[in-house]
Design a protein around this ligand. Structure first.
Ligand code: NAD
Length: 273
């Protein structure tokens, strides 16, 4: 699966304008590539300008014959004015159709109830929760402004919103639980406007967010891998394929879900040896 996008242009996202936050990272870049391959126009946004510029070059290299447009913009999702700017930028493309609120952090100092510093709690919640709220809010405003009868907003949660972990990152876990609850309510509130909201729940993945933190520590790695029935972490592209489905009209009757992409991890008791 890793890195296999093919180079044939298709059209599952033809005519759609998408914003992706955290687009320089693992899931964000893979999703950009799939969206472009399927005919969308994508505004790639990230807190790091150089990283998102580099990511766009990679996307252009992988999808040389795209039919939509691609552009980048700096955006710190914890700042409402930044989020408003990226959404406003899409006015010139005809407004937002798809908003992928993907940016998120898992801080190294995030720990259990006793040891997590309050500033890490606040930082995590400002990005992971408030950022998703701002993205959802401005997507709704854009959809209304452009009189769209359908829209898809995908908010990234995590499996830790569903199952407890004995290797705690309490601020992160609480933030992802908030994303699930918020997304569910948004889905119900906006259903009759045609705006769908779904939460993606990825399992631990082979992306820098987790892998940089695990490093070469084999014991730490094994402690997690053993819980996968498949015996491996997920790949970012496997999340991107799910996001593509949720973003496209193929999922027109999928709303308010906790969309779990975890290789069966949250359904397992004892895994194969
Ligand atoms: P990643 O670290 O590869 O990418 C995250 C991107 O977000 C980075 O490019 C980073 O620069 C950007 N970012 C950080 N703070 C930001 C901010 N304030 N505003 C805008 N952008 C910011 O991570 P990833 O694995 O691609 O994760 C994407 C999402 O998936 C996150 O919400 C993460 O919590 C979630 N997730 C990841 C895993 C995993 O194991 N990787 C598992 C479950 C959920």
């Amino acid at each position: 699966m890793k890195g296999s996008h093919g180079d044939v242009p298709r059209g599952r996202m033809a005519g759609k304008n998408a914003i992706i936050t955290g687009a320089a990272g693992g899931i964000g870049l893979e999703t950009t590539i799939l969206f472009l391959r399927e005919g969308a126009s994508v505004l790639m946004t990230d807190i790091s300008e150089p990283a998102v510029a580099k990511a766009m070059s990679k996307a252009k290299e992988i999808v040389p014959n795209m039919t939509g447009q691609v552009a980048t913009m700096k955006c710190d999702v914890s700042k409402e004015s930044d989020v408003q700017s990226i959404v406003d930028r899409l006015d010139e493309w005809g407004g937002v159709d798809v908003m992928f609120n993907n940016a998120g952090i898992m801080h190294g100092e995030d720990d259990d109830a006793v040891s997590t510093p309050e500033k890490i709690w606040d930082l995590t919640h400002n990005i992971n929760v408030k950022g998703v709220w701002f993205g959802s809010k401005h997507a709704v405003l854009s959809l209304r402004k452009h009189k769209k009868s359908r829209g898809s907003i995908i908010n990234t949660a995590s499996v830790v919103a569903l199952v407890g972990s004995a290797t705690p990152q309490l601020a992160y876990t609480a933030s992802k639980g908030a994303v699930l609850a918020m997304t569910r309510e948004l889905a119900i509130v906006h259903a009759r406007e045609g705006f769908r909201f779904n939460a993606l729940c990825p399992a631990p993945l082979n992306t820098p967010l987790l892998q940089d933190w695990l490093g070469d520590d084999q014991a730490k790695r094994h402690r997690r891998e053993v819980h996968f029935p498949t015996g491996r972490f997920g790949e970012a592209i496997e999340q991107a394929q799910a996001v593509l489905f949720l973003a496209s009209d193929e999922s027109s009757f999928v709303n308010g879900t906790d969309f779990v992409v975890d290789g069966g991890m949250t359904k397992a008791y004892v895994t194969p040896e």
